[in-house]
Design a protein around this ligand. Structure first.
Ligand SMILES: [Mn+2]
Length: 287
């Protein structure tokens, strides 16, 4: 059912304070026990794909993990953020991570500020920025999977190193280029590369040696992330092969892989969610 944005605007501030309270108890990297999760990639204001994902999660169970990029591009960023926060506040086992679009600068250039102005809701900007500051950057599920928005840092890092770096930073509203949170929000994998190189986004591509070392030193099997347009997903393998996912798909987790999932319709392609269940990965498709 479409959300009424009059209701959304009225209730947003109260909801945001409840969300801030809950977020303040979370570390920047969240460790989750368990073997089941529904993972949602970039939504970019397409609230209908988030409604669908939540409905699927209610029947599948486990965690609901949102990888960020709730707003910008699509016109229902406010409704999307509201629904995500409401689900996070009202239910157990929901994790909202930060994407690179959870940033005031990005929102000025890619549509969310214009949307808030047009909806008479620009007074919400400060509280929305406070939410951005509190969102975690990574979830580690069952000691096997790392889940994050974009990528991993270019220098080999343990999860404890990354956590320490983030906790020591004074201002996280726009994490500076080169910092660990910047790499997590912005980087993309490229299985054809060794090491890192600059990407057209002003961030970095990281090669397969980089992610294999990250998985090795942290004792993890695979990475799940969003951030790149896909219809609805693709997979990089540890040997550099790239596999497109065009429809419903399932496999046992292949160690050393990076799974990308995209949950928005803004590019005109297909939206999907990723389901992790007892060591297997499935991609489900919207409509
Ligand atoms: Mn992104």
């Amino acid at each position: 059912m479409p959300l009424d944005y009059g209701v959304v605007k009225e209730g947003f501030k109260r909801l945001a304070y409840r969300a801030l309270e809950k977020l303040s108890s979370l570390d920047p990297i969240v460790h989750l026990d368990g073997n089941r999760a529904v993972v949602v990639g970039d939504i970019h204001g397409y609230v209908e794909t988030l409604e669908w994902a939540i409905e699927r999660w209610r029947s599948i169970g486990g965690y609901l993990i949102l990888l960020g990029d709730y707003v910008d591009r699509g016109w229902n960023g406010l409704e999307t953020l509201y629904l995500a926060l409401k689900t996070f506040v009202d239910e157990e086992d929901v994790i909202m991570l930060r994407g690179n679009h959870e940033s005031p600068t990005m929102n000025r250039y890619y549509g969310f500020h214009d949307e808030l102005m047009a909806k008479g809701a620009s007074s919400l900007i400060p509280v929305i920025n406070n939410i951005y500051l509190q969102l975690p950057y990574m979830a580690v599920l069952g000691g096997r999977l790392a889940l994050l928005h974009g990528g991993i840092p270019c220098r080999p890092s343990t999860i404890e190193d990354i956590m320490g770096e983030i906790q020591a930073m004074e201002d996280l509203l726009e994490p500076p280029r080169g910092s660990a949170p910047f790499h997590i929000l912005w980087n993309d994998p490229n299985g054809l590369l060794k090491g890192c190189m600059e990407s057209p986004r002003g961030a970095y591509y990281f090669g397969r040696d980089v992610w294999l070392e990250f998985l090795e030193i942290n004792g993890l099997e695979a990475i799940v992330r969003g951030h790149e347009v896909a219809s609805p997903g693709f997979i990089w393998r540890g040997d550099g092969e790239r596999m497109e996912v065009y429809g419903v798909y399932r496999e046992e987790v292949v160690e050393g892989s990076i799974y990308t999932v995209f949950t928005s319709l803004y590019h005109g392609g297909r939206a999907g969610i990723l389901v992790y269940r007892d060591g297997s990965i499935s991609i489900l498709v919207y409509r």
